[in-house]
Design a protein around this ligand. Structure first.
Ligand code: NIG
Ligand code: FE
Length: 406
């Protein structure tokens, strides 16, 4: 028995081949392979064909009937999917007019989730993370980043990152773990002392146990001010960690640090001005828009159109978390961002695939061409534009992870 599979015909295969990593993309640039078949060997794509080869005994053929289109598996490059409890009361207060920053300042918000998560036992956290990962897979997300950040103190952060590793090992999915111990400083700690503790006691442990090689920090005066974040990122980099930053969500400063330290991505950017946009566009840092957080906080979107026009690479992610972004539906959120920010379908697709892969430092996924992982999703529609036209409501009905149909 060989391990070559041929799957098709698909009305359209949207390979995303040849589309640029940075800047504007028009829909006309998308190469559409009509009535085509994808060839997979093991976990990789080897070809896209316009007709079925004759030597049918040399491969396994999976026939697709009816209207279906095929695109790369989606990549959610920014989530906080491991948490305990919920923040429904915060959300109700926010709807009634209290701000996220006011709730945080009175010791609620992120601190409330930290309390609940620190108290949760490992098996409950595993169970809830597994349920969320299943949800994401159903939505067509085959690679997802997961941040810690509701543990804060080293022992609690280790517990969360162990949960991520165990769930990743048990499921057919890739979870990319990121240490966000520096989400806020735990109550009763001096911020500088806390940062030193993370650097000395937590990061070496994470490296040694293969729990994460990425760090994130929430740069904001009520979380970590610019100077301290600058110090932390420099030291984390020296320790060999990749960097991503919660940047310019309410005030600017974070994106400048992201550029200075050569971060893989700068995420949020709702408050970015032309200065930050230019800086990001001139760099290799991926700008990550998080429409779920804008929707969850009732605030304006990341200036995705301006970022793209300036020449930046823009990814789109859910930011799925119990506070600012409790929805966690990437397709719905990307569709909403698209219509408000005036993005093309091509820019939305790129932002959830190969550009999101770059934000995670991955170059083996996000397009459907030879040598890429066979992470693919099919939608029961005849044209790719129907995905966003349906505002994310139509979900994929087939999901393949590394060549395996889930
Ligand atoms: O990306 N702003 C900082 N962190 C998260 C929210 C965390 C929370 O509210 O629990 C975010 O929006
Ligand atoms: Fe976030």
């Amino acid at each position: 028995m060989n391990n070559i599979q041929i799957i098709g015909p698909f009305r359209q295969i949207i390979t995303l081949e040849g589309l640029p990593m940075k800047g504007v993309i028009n829909d006309e640039e998308i190469l559409i392979k009509e009535n085509s078949y994808v060839v997979i060997e093991g976990d990789q794509i080897t070809d896209v064909l316009s007709s079925l080869p004759k030597n049918t005994n040399e491969f396994t053929f999976h026939e697709i009937s009816g209207d279906h289109i095929l695109i790369p598996g989606l990549i959610d490059c920014h989530t906080h999917m491991v948490w305990g409890g919920n923040r429904a009361k915060d959300y109700s207060m926010r709807m009634a007019g209290k701000t996220y920053q006011e709730i945080l300042a009175t010791g609620g918000g992120i601190f409330d989730s930290v309390n609940k998560t620190q108290k949760a036992n490992k098996s409950d956290l595993k169970e809830s993370l597994t349920a969320r990962v299943k949800c994401q897979l159903k939505d067509g997300i085959t690679t997802m980043e997961v941040k810690s950040g509701y543990g804060l103190e080293p022992n609690h952060e280790v517990k969360l990152l162990e949960v991520v590793k165990e769930v990743s090992n048990e499921m057919t999915v890739d979870l990319v773990p990121t240490c966000l111990a520096t989400h806020v400083s735990p109550k009763g700690w001096d911020k500088k002392e806390f940062v030193e503790t993370v650097l000395k006691e937590l990061l070496p442990q994470l490296k040694e146990n293969g729990l994460s090689n990425r760090v994130d920090i929430f740069v904001e005066d009520n979380a970590f001010p610019i100077d301290l974040a600058d110090y932390y990122l420099g030291k984390a980099k020296e320790l060999g960690f990749d960097i991503t930053v919660h940047a310019d969500q309410f005030t600017t400063g974070g994106s400048e640090l992201a550029v200075k330290h050569g971060a893989l991505s700068a995420d949020h950017l709702e408050a970015s001005t032309d200065k930050e946009i230019e800086m990001l566009a001139a760099s290799d840092v991926v700008a990550v828009a998080l429409p779920g957080a804008s929707i969850g906080l009732g605030m304006h979107f990341t200036p995705a159109r301006k970022l793209l026009d300036a020449g930046a690479s823009v990814a789109i992610s859910t930011d799925w978390n119990p506070g600012s972004a409790p929805m966690g539906d990437l397709l719905v959120q990307a569709s909403i961002l698209g219509i408000y920010e005036k993005l093309s379908s091509a820019e939305l697709l790129a932002g959830m695939t190969f550009r999101a892969a770059k934000a995670l430092g991955l170059s083996d996924r996000g397009r459907l061409s030879a040598g890429y992982l066979a992470d693919m999703i099919a939608f029961p529609v005849a044209d790719y534009r129907e995905i966003f036209y349906n505002q994310g409501r139509i979900k994929p009905n087939m999901v393949w992870k590394k060549g395996a149909l889930l």
